[in-house]
Design a protein around this ligand. Structure first.
Ligand code: GLN
Length: 536
């Protein structure tokens, strides 16, 4: 078996260039050539994981099947390539240091002085190699968070330098930089790229491939100039222009031969260019979808990245329904009984978003009430499902003070409550119900019809649960508990079957929706929202 090869993706000049999209695209293209790949992210911050980070700081927290709370780039990796990532695909400086410090306390280093080099860098290298060895990957793509020049990324760069030295052709560096266009001068500028590459060279890394992000097309002269100044082969300088969809990026990279360049650099044989059939069909359908479906996201973070996977799930489901999904964020903090009709006006379907804490809770309940009583397709996810349950308890079961223990510690009608084993937890990090759990669906329910199977697995990230003491009462009044965890009997899905589409899930289905395998709940919800247009 061929030995694993390593591709390190670094970024320079500015942040937010889309290293995650480039890494995912490379993964996709290598997969199409029959290689077994995985993608890993190293984040230079000290947090152990992003689970406790405010979404305003770092966007959505993505959850892997094995319950790791990770950077949202892992969502891109899965959506592009269909692979499942795990704990080993996400690493932070905090976890690297913690592991080294734990070893030191155990006495593993036999009295040595513990230093950044070699102990921290060795730990980084160990974590990169471990992934390759464990599952016999042909390629491990490692994305380094942050921008070259940051103090925090120095140990990672030293680890890459060493690996390139040790592994020769089996390790390459792809550097993503920015070529700005100065309107006043009417020129594209390559100087920042040259500086960024110099910075890499100063720590001993010669990039093998450069991907230049740009808002304007770069002609060959510019690429030639960059190649000459940066010691990179001309066919290894590719450009990544702004495109209508992030899912166009792999096609654009393939056209310029990025995957072929990678293979050449790694000493692999470059065969014929693969077709990417289903991927292109998706893009074709996306381009052709002109009719719009309007979905309102009732949540509290007015930030593109905060509900990234939900947005992507809705977008993919739109394409498969031959519609363009137009998403409007609706701040739940601003929703009141008086203005709810106005706020939700024009939306064909409503998603009640996940979240934590008090802020914006009542607005979500008011929205759930409005959509239930006006039969507007509604998808409640995690906290969203909990709010649907509370609304039903208040307005149908008649418990005006019904609430979640998270919001009101003393509520006499705790329809959402904390599990016994969670009660004494004082640490906030990594202590929720996390990762994939099995769920059994009730035959004959709407949800069963959607999934078309009885046993499903979905990913969780929450602390509070539906209180089973109320289950019978909910059922009697029309809110059915149609999905249960087979071991704990916890309620995972509620639906009001008489309505067009009113389903709440305790889990997060959005984490499993990919470009080629859109999630059935998203497909069905968007379809119901389209059908709702016809009714109006
Ligand atoms: N705050 C709720 C809980 O902990 C819901 C979490 C979420 O929406 N992910 O149960």
């Amino acid at each position: 078996m061929a030995e694993t090869k390593y591709i390190f993706v670094t970024g320079g000049v500015v942040s937010s260039l889309g290293k995650g999209i480039i890494s995912s695209s490379i993964g996709k293209l290598l997969q199409a050539r029959g290689y077994n790949i995985t993608i890993q992210k190293f984040d230079p911050y000290i947090n152990i994981d992003p689970g406790t980070l405010n979404p305003y700081e770092h966007g959505e927290c993505y959850v892997t099947v094995d319950g790791m709370e990770t950077d949202l780039d892992l969502g891109h990796y899965e959506r592009f390539t269909g692979i499942q990532t795990t704990k080993a695909n996400s690493m932070t400086t905090g976890r690297i240091y913690k592991s080294v410090i734990d070893k030191e306390r155990r006495g593993d280093y036999l009295g040595k002085t513990i230093q950044v080099v070699p102990h921290i860098t060795d730990e980084i290298k160990r974590n990169i190699k471990l992934l390759g060895k464990k599952y016999h990957y042909d390629f491990v793509i490692t994305e380094i968070g942050g921008t070259i020049g940051d103090i925090e990324s120095a140990p990672f760069l030293e680890a890459i330098r060493q690996m390139k030295w040790e592994l020769g052709k089996r390790a390459i560096n792809l550097h993503l930089t920015y070529v700005p266009y100065l309107r006043a001068a009417g020129e594209l500028k390559t100087k920042p790229t040259q500086h960024s590459v110099k910075e890499l060279q100063s720590v001993g890394i010669q990039p093998d491939i450069l991907v230049l992000r740009t808002e304007k097309h770069l002609d060959d002269d510019i690429r030639k100039k960059v190649a000459a100044f940066c010691n990179v082969d001309m066919d290894c300088v590719v450009q990544s222009e702004d495109l209508p969809s992030i899912y166009d990026v792999p096609i654009n990279m393939q056209k310029q031969g990025l995957d072929a360049a990678i293979l050449r650099k790694c000493g692999e044989e470059v065969g014929p260019t693969p077709g990417l059939g289903p991927w292109k069909e998706f893009l074709d359908r996306q381009r052709k979808a002109k009719k719009e479906v309007h979905i309102g996201l009732v949540g509290k973070y007015d930030l593109q990245d905060a509900y990234k996977s939900i947005r992507e799930g809705l977008l993919q489901a739109g394409v498969y329904n031959d519609h363009k999904t137009v998403i409007t964020f609706i701040s739940s903090e601003e929703i009141t009984e008086d203005n709810v009709a106005e706020k939700l006006k024009g939306q064909d379907g409503i998603v009640i978003c996940p979240g934590f804490g008090q802020r914006g809770i009542e607005g979500k309940i008011v929205a759930a009430h409005y959509t239930r009583t006006h039969d507007i397709p509604t998808f409640g996810i995690c906290l969203g499902m909990q709010m649907m349950v509370i609304e039903f308890a208040r307005n149908v079961l008649g418990y005006k003070d019904a609430n979640s223990r998270e919001i009101d510690g003393k509520t006499p009608h705790n329809v959402i409550d904390i599990m016994e084993e969670q009660k004494n937890i004082t640490n906030m990090g990594g202590t929720m119900r996390l990762g994939a759990y099995e769920c059994v669906l009730r035959q004959g329910s709407k949800t069963f019809d959607i999934y078309k199977k009885e046993h499903i697995q979905e990913r969780h990230r929450h602390r509070y649960e539906f209180n089973n003491d109320y289950e019978k009462e909910f059922e009697k009044h029309g809110m059915q508990c149609v999905g249960h965890n087979p071991e704990s009997e916890l309620v995972e899905i509620v639906e009001v079957s008489g309505l067009r589409w009113y389903i709440g899930t305790q889990f997060h289905p959005e984490y499993q929706s990919t470009v080629l395998h859109p999630h059935p709940l998203f497909l069905s919800f968007v379809k119901a929202s389209i059908d709702n247009q016809k009714k109006q």
